[in-house]
Design a protein around this ligand. Structure first.
Ligand code: HEC
Ligand code: HEC
Length: 284
């Protein structure tokens, strides 16, 4: 699959054939800190009708960007993870609690959690993202203010928690009570919107591994989130990325933390079932 697409890309322009070199050099080997091998390429989940294989967005980045993710000392997202560790221990809110006060096992308590989120939650009667769980603890258990969905504290905390699942394959549940939201997410993914009249699939399913302006299109997977972007020099949430892509096609984006984006997050996550959690990853 990669091979045939690459031939197509290579014939477009010289810049694309440079990208060709990058992929063949690095496609197989995202090994972090010389010891943690990430699954960046996996057989597509059975529900994916139009793809045989799925690929981490890391594969499509330039060699320079890729290399920033090979070592945690080079990964600019890790500064925020350190900040989250401070936040973890900090008392906040009128209940006088820190995260550490209750989650006594430390962030390691959440090993594996990132692989199954977002998920249906019986108690909430809705699909819940990691941000929802964190804010539930803040508002109901700490009596503290909710964090902004894509604010610095929140993206840092989701990075800290995601890191506990690094390397584990994404494995979100799409059936049972999650199925309605999953179908809704799928609808959103395939619906053309905006002045450019495009769907997510137009770029990330039909045209991945081609150049769009100066950008090498990926499958738009979410296994790397939260993502440190060189473009804005901070960690970015999945919903912020969805919003950005919708704005790029001149569509009115849904709100971060909306049911629509939770549904889309579930559907897009399910397209990446089998790929390693990489958060915090590095992209341009
Ligand atoms: C007063 C105690 C308390 C405090 C403080 C607290 N939590 Fe929780 N947290 C809980 C309880 C209880 C649950 C639900 C039971 C469970 O799954 O552990 C929970 C659940 C969670 C979950 C979902 C876990 C899962 O497996 O579903 C996350 C994530 C989480 N907390 C993160 C945090 C973070 C981050 C902070 C600090 C900002 C925090 N919590 C503060 C008690 C607390
Ligand atoms: C006009 C083409 C286009 C459309 C339509 C589009 N995107 Fe993107 N998207 C991009 C580009 C370009 C990037 C940055 C390069 C890359 O990773 O593909 C990107 C990146 C992403 C990423 C980050 C991938 C990573 O590894 O960090 C996600 C997730 C994503 N898009 C999801 C979506 C979703 C969901 C939709 C539909 C709401 C959508 N995109 C619609 C062009 C598009």
């Amino acid at each position: 699959m990669i091979g045939s697409n690459l031939l197509r890309v290579a014939s477009i322009a010289t810049i694309a054939s440079l990208a060709f070199g990058t992929i063949t050099a690095n496609a197989q080997s995202l090994i972090i800190n010389e010891e943690e091998l990430m699954i960046t390429q996996a057989p597509a989940a059975a529900h994916l009708e139009n793809l045989d294989e799925v690929f981490s967005g890391w594969i499509y980045r330039t060699k320079e960007t890729q290399s920033l993710q090979l070592d945690d000392f080079d990964n600019p997202g890790m500064i925020f993870v350190d900040q989250a560790l401070d936040e973890w221990a900090k008392v906040d809110g009128s209940a006088g609690k820190s995260c550490a006060a209750c989650h006594t096992g430390g962030p390691a308590e959440f090993a594996g959690l990132r692989t199954v989120l977002p998920r249906w939650d019986d108690e909430a009667g809705a699909i819940q993202s990691m941000e929802d769980y964190i804010n539930e603890c803040r508002t109901e258990r700490m009596q503290a203010d909710a964090w902004k969905w894509s604010g610095t504290s929140m993206t840092a905390m989701t990075a800290l928690i995601s890191l506990e699942s690094r390397g584990m394959p994404v494995n979100v549940v799409i059936d049972g009570p999650a199925s309605d939201a999953w179908e809704q997410g799928k609808d959103i993914y395939y619906t053309r919107v905006g002045q450019l009249d495009m769907s997510c699939a137009n770029c990330h399913e039909n045209n991945y591994d081609t150049m769009i302006r100066a950008d090498h299109l990926s499958q738009g997977q979410t296994n790397g989130f939260p993502v440190y972007r060189l473009k804005n020099a901070k960690l970015n949430s999945t919903h912020a990325r969805f919003k950005g892509c919708m704005k790029n096609i001149r569509a009115t984006p849904y709100k971060e933390g909306s049911d629509e984006f939770r549904a889309l997050e579930l559907y897009v996550a399910s397209r990446g079932n089998g790929l390693s959690v990489e958060g915090a990853s590095v992209r341009n």
